[in-house]
Design a protein around this ligand. Sequence first.
Ligand code: FAD
Length: 360
Amino acid sequence: MASDALDVVVVGGGQAGLAAGYYLRRTGLEFVILDAQDEPGGAWRHAWPSLRLFSPAQHSSLPGRPMPATTDGYPDAGHVVDYLAAYEKRYELPVRRPVTVTAVRRDGDLLTVHAAGESWRARRVISATGTWWRPYLPYYPGRAEFSGRQLHTTGYQGPEPFAGQHVVIVGGGNSAAQILADLSATGDVDTTWVTPRPPRLLPDDIDGRALFDIATRRRAALLQGGADDGGVAGLGDIVAVPSVRAARDRGDLRARPMFARLTPTGVAWPDGTTLDCDAVIWCTGFRPALSHLAPLRLRTTGGPIPMTGTHATAEPRLHLIGYGDWTAPASATLIGAGMNARTAVDDIARALGGRPVIRN
Ligand code: FAD
């Protein structure tokens, strides 16, 4: 074993990477967290100002340190950034910024993690790079011909640039509903909401807490061979945070079916109906940001990387956390990331002779 090798390199210093750091501290293992951002906060640093979490602060915490409460119960992204910054300081987590990992390669008994001009050798790597960095836009004919503005959720920074315009919002999840609510609240932006299937707006008394429990139960049922009924509610369902409730009460939350194509001036439905618009906002989700893992050739099909527990089946020294249900139930949420990190770090500690974090 090379003497200059670390026990663990964590790639990504957002909520999932920090949660891994919290548990790694308890194992006695030597580790570093490499993060591409200039400052703490991960993807939350880039969210639009009116975004609200779909769970109250006390249900959006990482392990060890509760998120401070807010007056209306649904924190904004700035609150999460402050919380994550305080979190990494409190636990003195060894985060290096800005470091963008470009590749992870096999290197005998070790893995080598490469960034511009630097590399780290490690016995285990935890990948926690999130999804924000890989926005997904579905293909629709005419997209290149549309003369208006097109942007993804990641490009939305508030209603101001759309004053006096007609905006089409695409997508049936929380991002779409909150962006629609933000635009329509101005009274100065016309909105049309299109969704591939009818959106599911949850009752006012159900929020992210219930969604997390449902995701966990559904995963347990699937592991025991039960049928996947899609759940009675899922993380894609819309939580009635105050801005969304207000939009619903104004009558602005009415969705139309998906259009078939874009035209130079707007969108067109299969029956030939057209609508002119100035902008299309694609709230159509994300994919895991995994390009740094390409040299390991872990994908056998077009689907997610096959996993055994928290590690890649074809590379047991690589653990993946925080990417969504395929790594652990609701692991792409604040509360779920902690549980995913705990299991992964416990596996690593047991394999490398560190102190386990889960007591049997
Ligand atoms: P990120 O926050 O993306 O952090 C990953 C870090 O890794 C980033 O700092 C990134 O720069 C870095 N990185 C990426 N690639 C590299 C690389 N190659 N080398 C080095 N560093 C790299 N969750 C909730 O719990 N409640 C909510 O209400 C909620 N609302 C949401 C609303 C929206 C619009 C979105 C998009 C998500 C929401 N989520 C919510 C989901 C979830 O909490 C976030 O997606 C969360 O940011 C994921 O954390 P992460 O640490 O996995 O990834």
